[in-house]
Design a protein around this ligand. Sequence first.
Ligand code: ZN
Ligand code: ZN
Length: 381
Amino acid sequence: MVFWQVSFFNCSVDSLLIFPRSLHTYKMPNKPITQGYKIYGIADHGYLYNFLWSSREKGLQDILLWPGLTKTGCLVRNLALSLPRRHLTIYMDNYFTSIPLFTELRACEFGVMGTTWPYKEFPAGLKELKERYSTKLKWNTLLARVVQDTLCLAWQDNNIVLALSNIHTVHQTEDFREKVRKRPPKTSTNGRIVRPVFGDAPKKELQIPCFIDDYNQYMGSVDLANQFRESYETHRITLRVWWPLFYWLIDVACINAYRLYQLHMIELQQRPLTHLQFRTKLYCKLLEYSEKAKLHYLQIGLGGRRVWNPDLQRLHYWEKRAKQSTCAWCAYELKCQRIGNKKDLKGIQARRSIGGCVFCKVAICKEGYCWDRFHSNNVNY
Ligand SMILES: [Zn+2]
Ligand SMILES: [Zn+2]
C-alpha cells in the first residue's frame, strides 16, 4: 500500500451554518439552526478556500457528480479539486467520510483522514466492535484493516472511535506520539476507561496513534473560520433570505484578509494587529473618501487607554518627560482641522510639551484644555 506524502499544509472540510436574521424565520424543533443555509467549506487555519452552499428550499447548489460517489462525496471531491494544488491532506468528520470517497480522493492525489460511522463498506468486525463492545476494550486498543487501499481503524478511547485514513500507518513506532493528557475526574462517566491508565498521577504522557492526534489538531480549521466570523459578524436583520449569504461573503472576505495579513506579519517578525484593530483599520481605509470615516480613524488612533473613570485618576498623572515632544491632543486637533480643511494650515505645527501622561505614555500640554479633552470619552469638541 502506498501512502501519499504528508504535506505540512492541511485543509479540513466541514459544514458551516448561517443563522439568518431574516424576519420570517421559524423554529424547527431539535435542530441547532432554525432555517437558512448550510455552507460546506474547505479551509486551512481559518482561511476559507472555497465553499458550496445549500438552502432548505432549493437543496445543494449544482455540482459535478461523479459515478460511485454519493452527493456528499461529490461535494467533497468538488471542493478538493478546487484547491490550488494536489498532495495536500484533507481532514473531515463522519458526515463526509466513506471508503469510495477516500479511494477517489486518493486517485486525485489527496491525502484524506477522518472519523467515520460504520457504513456498509466498513469491515464487519470493526463495525461490530463499535456497535456491541464500544466500552469493553482496554484503553488505547487499536485495530486496523485495509479496504480498497484505505486504512479502516477502530481505536478505544472512552468510546470506540472509527476512522479512515489513506496517509497513516499503524504498524511502526513512529505511528504513535507521546501526548500529555490530564486524568479525567472521578465523576466523569466518560473517563471510566482511560482513568486506570493514570494510576495516581494527575497527568501522564500517553502514547496515542498519530492519526487521532493529527485529526484533533487539524480538524478545527473550519471551526476556526466560524469563530472568527462570529466574533464580528456584519449581519443585519433583513427581509430577503439571500441577504445572510451576502453578509456571510463580506465576513469571509474580511477574515481571509486578516488571516493572510497575520501570516505576512509573522514572516516579517512583526506583531500583527488584533482582529478588532484590523477590522477598524479596514473599514476606515475602505471608506477613506468619507470625512466622517477619516475623523473616526483619527479618534481610534488616540487609543483606548486614555479614557478613564474617576477610579483611574491615580494612574493618569502629568509628569516631566525626558525630552520635549508634540502634544498628543494638539496633534490630533490639527489633523482633524486638516481633514475639514477649515483654514490654511500649511506650515503650522502642533505645540510641543516637556511632560505628559505617565499612564498613556504621551506628551500633553500642561496648560490649557489638552489634558482634559485627551482624557475624555467625548472627543467631539
Ligand atoms: Zn492618561
Ligand atoms: Zn496641547
